[in-house]
Design a protein around this ligand. Structure first.
Ligand code: KG4
Ligand code: ZN
Length: 333
């Protein structure tokens, strides 16, 4: 089954064609990062307008690259939440118009379930159950994937998402947007032990996260230095902040997996590109006798192939959408 999928929930305009949930025939991604960079973050209205102008061309590119005609596509899938409502609606209206005019099934996909499914595209042997750490610009969740469509949230951030904290700290350090890759790069030149930022573990027996206290601690540190007219080494701040985030993510994930006796762990979402997270989670999983999976960076950040993978499992389990499918900014997993 070949599914053409559309992802427009934030600032990537992406179209993919995925076969049987596992095999990427094409995965075209147009990133608007360059457009939003000068504002220091994504401007929702500008994101929507760029989806409108770019999406038809990205669909043509995907069809050309896959050498398929629309008649050879079996279904149309689209992210319907969570995300920026205007941005979601561009993908949704396009997908609905295509499904209706072609007489093909329409499949709505949850963006976070899509991030998790990105792992199926890279690891043919991977099958539920497994625990996933989903860390992106908007989400930090520990999700038990019991079956392809059965998700149990075992932990989540009670305030900021990990990616949001990376983006904010990068901005105050003047390292630019998006913050994750900038902090990751700066941290390579810094000393992670230079500043002892707090590790917010909350209750040790629970698997929720909190990053707003760490964010405030970094801001207080920078303000204190400024008031005393003392120099700041941005690389040391980046490295110390990054280590504080990653230590919490790794220790909570491993503790959560241990608590349910799970030996398979996946990572998903933009923050799972982070080089220290990959290294430290890899080491911790190996020490605990667990198998760790994470996709290539291009499948960690927003892309339509992950939506096409999840759509396949929705469809074969009888979940088809109709034309009333709507964009839901806060869609729950
Ligand atoms: O999954 P994603 O593309 O979009 C959302 O669904 O939010 O994630 C984007 C987030 C941004 O906050 C970005 O700063 C972060 O992922 N990110 C990283 C890295 N690459 C991207 N965070 C830490 N280290 C990275 N290397
Ligand atoms: Zn995402």
């Amino acid at each position: 089954m070949k599914i053409l999928s559309i992802e427009t929930s934030c600032d990537e305009t992406s179209v993919a064609i995925v076969e049987d949930g596992r095999n990427i025939l094409t995965n075209r991604i147009y990133s608007q990062i360059g457009i939003h960079q000068k504002y220091g973050g994504v401007v929702p209205e500008i994101a929507s307008r760029n989806h409108v102008t770019k999406l038809p061309y990205i669909i043509d590119e995907a069809l050309a690259e896959s050498k398929l005609s629309l008649a050879e596509v079996d279904a149309i899938a689209v992210t319907n939440g969570p995300g920026l409502v205007g941005a979601l609606l561009i993908g949704l209206s396009t997908a609905k118009a295509m499904a209706y005019s072609l007489g093909k099934p329409l499949i709505g996909v949850h963006h976070i379930e899509g991030h998790i499914a990105a792992n199926f595209l890279q690891f043919p042997e991977l099958a539920p159950p497994f625990l996933t750490l989903v860390v992106s610009g908007g989400h930090s969740h520990l999700v038990l994937v019991e079956d392809y469509q059965t998700f149990k949230v075992l932990g989540r951030t009670i305030d900021d998402a990990a990616g949001e904290a990376f983006d904010k700290i990068s901005r105050v350090l003047g390292l630019g947007y998006p913050g994750g890759p900038a902090i990751d790069a700066a941290a390579k030149n810094g000393n992670p032990e230079a500043i002892a930022f707090p590790r917010v573990m909350l209750d040790k027996t629970e698997y929720n996260f909190s990053f707003s206290g760490l964010k405030s601690a970094v801001l207080n540190y920078l303000n204190g230095k400024k008031m005393k007219n003392e120099a700041v080494n941005p690389d040391d701040v980046a490295a110390s902040f990054q280590l504080a985030v990653i230590e919490v993510l790794v220790s909570k994930t491993i503790a959560c997996a241990n608590s349910i006796g799970m030996k398979s762990i996946c990572m998903a979402g933009g923050v799972s590109c982070n080089s220290l997270l990959r290294k430290m989670m890899g080491q911790a999983a190996a020490d605990a006798g667990m198998t760790l999976y994470y996709p290539d960076p291009i499948l960690c950040t927003d892309n339509a192939a992950m939506i096409g993978s999840m759509a396949y499992y929705n469809y074969i389990n009888g979940e088809e959408s109709d034309l009333s499918l709507n964009g839901i900014p806060g869609l729950k997993i």
